[in-house]
Write a protein that binds this ligand. Sequence first.
Ligand code: 4FV
Length: 223
Amino acid sequence: MRIDFVTLFPDMFAPVMDASILGRAQEKGLLEWGCVNPRDFSEDKHRKVDDRPFGGGPGMVMMVEPLEKAVESIKKKGSKVILLSPQGETFTDRKASQLAKDGHLVLVCGRYEGVDERALELFDEELSIGDYVLTGGELPAMVLADAVVRKLPGVLKKEEATESESFVSGLLDFPQYTRPRVWRGQEVPEILFSGDHKKIAAWRLSAAKAATKRKRPDLMSRA
Ligand code: 4FV
């Protein structure tokens, strides 16, 4: 998979994209990424990429032309162009699984008050990582990239596999424990030392349901 970020802050990405599992995915040839800066496509002598909103109001708006040229400079047949914005459909695990099937993602990171509304025709989708306002779309784009790349076959080691994790089954994950066996007087559930994998799986499923009912009852209706 190739992921290109359209961003005014390309230096934000390497620390995240080249670390740990995403870094390993590149070594395995399963991922490549790059950045395109709209400022490099600004015809303006001051390389302007934002301007005041028509109709007045606070803040600035990202101009459509530098965005258009930046997207067109990397878009290929079959590329999926996505704007990260609070106005988008909420990003979910199910969406991550869908996007993991695409070969090329172009993730457009808004700044300022957002992008000129006419730019929306440049994008295949608009996605939000949650109902709160950030200073830029860069962090949401990295969140999306992380959630999608770890679903690519071969990225996670067998033991890291995803099939039994939160949201895949529609339930939250079952509680996990490791050494020490006792901490602050709290003992690890005895069943986990029984070696009876059927009983352990049954205990984990009921624990996952209990946790989901307690923490995310909204998921139960979907599970
Ligand atoms: C956001 C979100 C988000 C809004 C104004 C960038 C900021 C600035 N993106 N999910 N929540 N974006 O807050 O995706 O342009």
